[in-house]
Design a protein around this ligand. Sequence first.
Ligand code: XMP
Ligand code: MG
Length: 177
Amino acid sequence: MIQVHDKQFEIYLSKADIAAAVQQIADGINADYAGEKVLLVAVLNGAFIFVADVMRCLTIDCEIEFIKTQSYEGMHSTGNVKMLLGLEKDLKDQHIILLEDIVDTGNTLAALLDIFRKKQPKSLKVATLLLKSAALQHKNLPLDYVGIDIPNKFVVGYGLDYDGCGRQYPDIYQAVV
Ligand code: XMP
Ligand code: MG
C-alpha cells in the first residue's frame, strides 16, 4: 500500500506487467512502420516515463516532441481540455503517433486528434499504455496501440499522478475505496 495525499492505493500492475505492455506496443509500431520514420508526440506530464520506455524499444527511425494538456483536477476529469504547451514542429506529411499514459473519458484524445488532423500529417495513430474502456465517452477514437484495459478506478505510479504526486513509483497502484 502507498499513500498519496489523502488517499490509499494498492498495487495493481507490476513493473513486469507494464514492461510486457510497453514491449507489445513497441512491437506493433516497429512492425507497422518498418522502413519509415515516425514522430512520437508525448502528452505530458503523465506519459513521460511511458514514452521513454517505448522509445527505447523502437528499432525504426523516430523523433520525439512533447505537448501538454490538462483535463483533470484531483481525481475527476473536468471534461474541458486545456492545451498548456503546444507543438512547434510542422506535422505536414509526417507519420505521427500520439502517446498517452491513459485514456479515460477520451475527451483529451478527441480534442487532440481534432487539432492534429488539421495539420495534415501523412498518418495519425494513437498509443496509450492504459485504457478505461468503461469510462470512454467517445466512439470511433483510433486507439491503435493499447497496452492494458483497466477498470474505472483511479490509478497512480509510472508517471501517473494524483494531484501531482505519485508519479515516481515503478509499478501502478489503484485507489482503495
Ligand atoms: P480523459 O478523461 O480526457 O483523461 O480521457 C485523460 C487524462 O486524464 C488523466 N487521467 C488520469 N491520471 N490516473 C491518473 O493519474 C488516472 O486514473 C487517470 N485517468 C485519467 C491523464 O492525465 C490523462 O492524460
Ligand atoms: Mg495527470
